[in-house]
Design a binder for this molecule. Sequence first.
Ligand SMILES: Cc1cc2nc3c(=O)[nH]c(=O)nc-3n(C[C@H](O)[C@H](O)[C@H](O)COP(=O)(O)OP(=O)(O)OC[C@H]3O[C@@H](n4cnc5c(N)ncnc54)[C@H](O)[C@@H]3O)c2cc1C
Length: 460
Amino acid sequence: MTSPTSASRSTRTATVVGAGQTGVTAALGLLDAGFDVTLYSDRDQRSLCDDVPATGTALEFGEAQQAEVALGLDTYTSRAPRHSGLSVRIAGPENAELIAFDGNFDGYVGVAVDTRLKADERLTAFLERGGKFVVEPVTPESLDDIAGRSDLTLVATGRGGLSDLFAIDTDRTVYDAPQRTLLTVTVKGLGFDEGVFAHRSPAGGGHSLFSIFAEQGEAWWGPYLHKDAGPSWAFLGWARPGSDWETRFAAADSAESALAIVKDLYRDYIDWDLPEVETAEVIAEDPHSWLKGAVRPVVRAGFGRTASGHVVGSLGDTSVAYDPIAGQGAQSGLIQAQRYVAAAANHDGSFDEAWLTEQYESFLAARSDAAAKVTRLFLSDPEFADIGGQFFATAAVDPKFASALVGLLHRPQSFLDVDSAEDAGAYVARVTGEDPAELLSRFAPAGRFERSSFAPAYAH
Ligand SMILES: Cc1cc2nc3c(=O)[nH]c(=O)nc-3n(C[C@H](O)[C@H](O)[C@H](O)COP(=O)(O)OP(=O)(O)OC[C@H]3O[C@@H](n4cnc5c(N)ncnc54)[C@H](O)[C@@H]3O)c2cc1C
């Protein structure tokens, strides 16, 4: 609402539109900060949980978990299977097996929690603490009325929804189309002990696995907490435009077919991990345990205006959509939600364009610009080809650098100042304390990655 701020703190109202994990997290945070909060959703609570797939894998690391802790929320680190590192394999032209390394997470863990589970549990808490939940698809017209009645209105309707209310930031939006097509499927039948994926890392099933193919795309497996099956594994694949993988992913039309496509992919391209992948089973109780699509990385404005001029803020995927290759979207939304809640709780004036702009600029500077840049690095964006080549080869030589490289998924900020091969060398020297050229001279192509000798006796 754009009217003056005579309202006392106890009567301040906030509206959040969209009950995905970002919207619910913000709504609960604002409620706990003393706002009278209404949360609008186009689906009821059961439907949010059971009728849709998870928006994504939502793997998150220490910094995003700290944002949840700051809001007094469960980080799921005690309930979800933990990731303690990332094992990487890179195949070059003609699938030559080039680079292998295993980066340990340094002082933090990763957890990938079903976005439906997280949103559902936070929505239950929101309702128990007196939040108002309205099941109604919000339109640009109804938003005008809603925003007119609320001191602060945040729109968290995801990448589609009401996102057109927020202008695209053309300086920050570097791609005019998605860079990959995606396929995900969540499975059971595989444990997390050292015997699983033991050929990848001494941590076995405690590390997630990333396989990069220069000509095809990327494939990732990681421990996951599924809303029905509990501890499980998630597969996430990225296909380059025009690749064989793209054709394969397009054929998926169910969890069963998605898993069959993934198993064939591992038979034909990634046989070093095949025995474990063969044991994966579909989660029969959840027909929505798979997803295919594509994400165009887009940065939008932090505020928009409704027809009669009320100011509304963007949040989560509505603000910034990332390709999931570096796992930044869910993390970014949670950090943005926490920053907005903390700032709103400490703000006495109106939540006008100036306030929203200040919060958004500060969020972009503190997290999102760096998250977007690290996403481009992991997408093998040609602009970062030299830097990526140096970083990934150095990681194969130096475990400390391997840890720093995978650590960019947790804290992308240290990559923000790396723009040239010289900057990359300086960064390597800072992390390792060694001469970057000497480190690179020690790199030798892997030749042949170690193959799995996993025996089904390890399967759970
Ligand atoms: C394949 C894939 C893998 C991913 N992996 C990761 C990862 O590993 N790590 C990570 O950090 N991020 C990851 N992400 C990104 C992450 O999943 C998303 O950033 C995050 O879940 C977005 O949450 P959100 O609440 O902003 O949006 P959404 O989950 O899209 O929620 C929006 C909600 O708004 C509702 N809605 C829409 N329109 C209206 C309307 N008009 N009125 C009312 N309600 C409406 C929708 O029904 C929905 O409930 C991944 C994304 C994808 C696609």
